[in-house]
Design a protein around this ligand. Sequence first.
Ligand code: UDX
Length: 461
Amino acid sequence: MRVCVIGTGYVGLVTGVCLSHIGHHVICVDNNEEKVELMRLGQSPIYEPGLSDLMKSSMQAGRLEFTSDLGAGVSHGDILFIAVGTPALPTGESDTRYVEAVARGIGEHLNGGYKVIVNKSTVPIGSGDWVRMIVLDGIAERQKVPVGAGAPATTPPAIEAQFDVVSNPEFLREGSAVYDTFNPDRIVLGSNGDQAIAMMQELYTPIVERQFAEDPSLPPVPVVVTDLSSAEMVKYASNAFLATKISFINEVANICDRVGADVVQVAQGIGLDSRIGNKFLQAGIGWGGSCFPKDVSALVHTADDYGYDAELLKATISVNQRQRLLTVEKLQQVLKILKGKTVGLLGLTFKPDTDDMRDAPSLILIESLNRLGARVKAYDPIVSQSGMRHGLSGVIVETDPERLADGCDALVLVTDWAKFKSLDYAKMASLMNSPTLIDGRNFLDQAALEKAGFRYLGVGR
Ligand code: UDX
């Protein structure tokens, strides 16, 4: 099928590349010319395992193109994905101005023939109908007679608005987005148009039939077909539930710390109940990233708009905010005064296997430690190797773990990068002023760390 993906951020690029890999002809549109040039050379602007290889092979097969020309993309695609950012405003609301600009642009370029316009961006509930309205505005704009142009010799033919809007939320985890695209737990399609749903089902057939899945013998991927608002809500409710699950286990961890129980074993004990499940029960320094913080806040905000006080979700957020600062309290308990001390952070990104720093717990730690007069150093397998480190303030980014340990009064493991399991901790301890390690992810082996000379503190154990 002919597909256009507008916006080549994280979601857009992964969607475009994966749809081209399963056989569709995809044009990705982005208004950032530099980025388009880079992608035309086969280079991915984001770090995501497996993405570059798929990108290059689809480009070679002639199924994947990049352009900054929205009109070209719109006339190519029978299915047009809107995949631009919806960052959180300071109020917690989603900033939908990029979606609005794209929807208007689509309207201005629609040129007959039925099209499906898909909201892939996480947009506030009710945005499906709003996108439809903006597209219609775009069409009307194009049909306006320019002021001062006088009456046209012939009235331009009215463009018939033959399109439907679909909400098709994504559930991709950063670091395994390609895998998640080919092995989804479900596909959610919300629309009022039957033809649109049928076209989306055709688009996803190879994925539904698990032709590209790790285990092709599994039954087909369930497809949830629903109305626009319910599909939009599925996305928010899923992320809010997962964030709540983590805040829940973090709260249990804090109680464990006081009563002397071990949250890792408690999580195992409760996770074996199939009604609860063992995923997203790892206690630690709290959740971050590009989705959870923004989506939970947006849902609280939507509830508020409709006169409902979403108390549980507000608690999910406040438990998370407090969780990050508990690490600072632990450092104070061990080091007492932080002014003049040096703290080393192992990891900066919000989770491993990504270069994403959005809402990363490390940023709050750096800020609070700086405020208390501590010097902060950090080592991160990705950030330390890339130009990203120059954009960070209040932290000295070291190029290897031993340089990080050198002269530190304590280390904090912030991100659970696999590589941190096998560092030379004995050597690192010998380079520190006082070898203390706060394991913000309960990731390392306490006995091994103690043997290496560290005083080890986990979360809730
Ligand atoms: C998440 C959702 O999983 C995905 O479906 C959605 O589309 C986007 O948001 P992502 O942000 O990539 O994906 O990260 P995820 O792996 O879900 O982790 C989110 C945060 O929770 C991270 O900060 C992670 O460190 C934290 N986390 C996760 C925990 O603290 N404990 C856990 O048990 C699991």
